[in-house]
Write a protein that binds this ligand. Structure first.
Ligand code: NAD
Length: 286
């Protein structure tokens, strides 16, 4: 078997086109375009790349976007005050504080200060709680993006066995909640799991979100499975690697995501969708 490629770039581009159309319709009705504010603390090189990409996406779909750059020396109280100011800014529908934050900042407390209705990253306890209760409002972007990719395969979720490797608050856990919500039987492996391979071999849907290149060997994969590689590790030459041994896995799986060009573009597309949704709800509230 040779797997079909799950092309995140293509699915994300379609998603952005649909969002652009909806923004045009919104504006033609006299509403303002959705607005996204990204807060960038310090000058981490990888964060700069991510923030620039989000800015380009905003331009493409017709959003108003601002980047608030603040020095790495900012205090907790000052950063919380910035978030409070954005919460109170009517033309900003979505607020994203780019992670990672400097060590002296308590990132959880910053997340807690974002208005849940503007929490387009979907990390606020309110939004995670809504997802857990099967009433998602603004769910985390990576797992939402993965679901859009899975949807594009036409997979029947009901009763499918899904394994998620990785249990972080930002990726693995919300991923498991999304899969449970659509009717999969879900198993989650993490760093304390004794035999991760044993958790993957029966999985119809396998999602790896660890950040360890080569972790998922070809013989971990059930023939005909859908394999989604969330992991991203940059090597010394600057090349990106996923968690999955792509060459071998592609011989066994039915569908597989490339790295790069798989989940990354879908995470950004989900951010645009969340921002549009936040803006629509803000308009509904008047
Ligand atoms: P994290 O470090 O917070 O979590 C990693 C998880 O992997 C933990 O739950 C840990 O228990 C588990 N783990 C570690 N070693 C393991 C092992 N040997 N077997 C099974 N589980 C193991 O990382 P994160 O923020 O969840 O991100 C995970 C990966 O996904 C990283 O490579 C990150 O760069 C990438 N990522 C990609 C996107 C994207 O859009 N493509 C978005 C977010 C994160």
């Amino acid at each position: 078997m040779t797997a079909q490629i799950l092309d995140g770039k293509r699915v994300a581009a379609e998603c952005r086109r649909r969002i652009h159309t909806q923004v045009e319709q919104r504006v033609s009705r006299g509403a303002r375009p959705p607005g996204l504010a990204v807060v960038l603390v310090g000058n981490d090189a990888a964060s700069e790349v991510y923030v620039n990409a989000k800015r380009r996406d905003c331009q493409e779909v017709g959003f108003h976007s601002i980047v608030e750059r603040v020095p790495a020396t900012i205090t907790q109280a000052e950063l919380e005050a910035r978030v409070a100011a954005l919460n109170a800014t009517p033309e900003i529908d979505g607020i994203l504080v780019q992670l990672p934050l400097p060590k002296h900042i308590d990132a959880d407390r910053i997340t807690d200060r974002i208005d849940p209705a503007k929490d387009v990253d979907g990390f606020h306890p309110y939004n995670i709680g809504r997802l857990a209760l099967r009433r998602p409002a603004l769910p985390p972007c990576t797992s939402k993006g993965v679901m859009l990719l899975l949807d594009s395969t036409g997979v029947d979720y009901l009763g499918a066995r899904a394994t998620v490797i990785g249990a972080s608050n930002h990726v693995g856990r919300p991923m498991a909640l999304e899969l449970l919500r659509v009717g999969c039987t879900v198993e989650v492996a993490h760093k304390f799991t004794r035999d991760t391979a044993a958790c993957t071999k029966e999985a119809d849907i396998l999602i790896s979100a660890v950040g360890r290149p080569g972790l998922v060997a070809g013989d971990w994969i059930k023939p005909g499975a859908i394999v989604i590689d969330v992991g991203i590790t940059r090597d010394l030459q600057g090349r990106l690697h996923g968690d999955v041994d792509f060459e071998r896995a592609a011989k066994v799986a039915a569908w597989i995501t490339p790295v790069p060009g798989g989940v990354g573009p879908m995470t950004r597309a989900a951010l645009m969708l969340n921002t549009l949704q936040a803006a629509s709800r803000a308009s509904d509230r008047g």
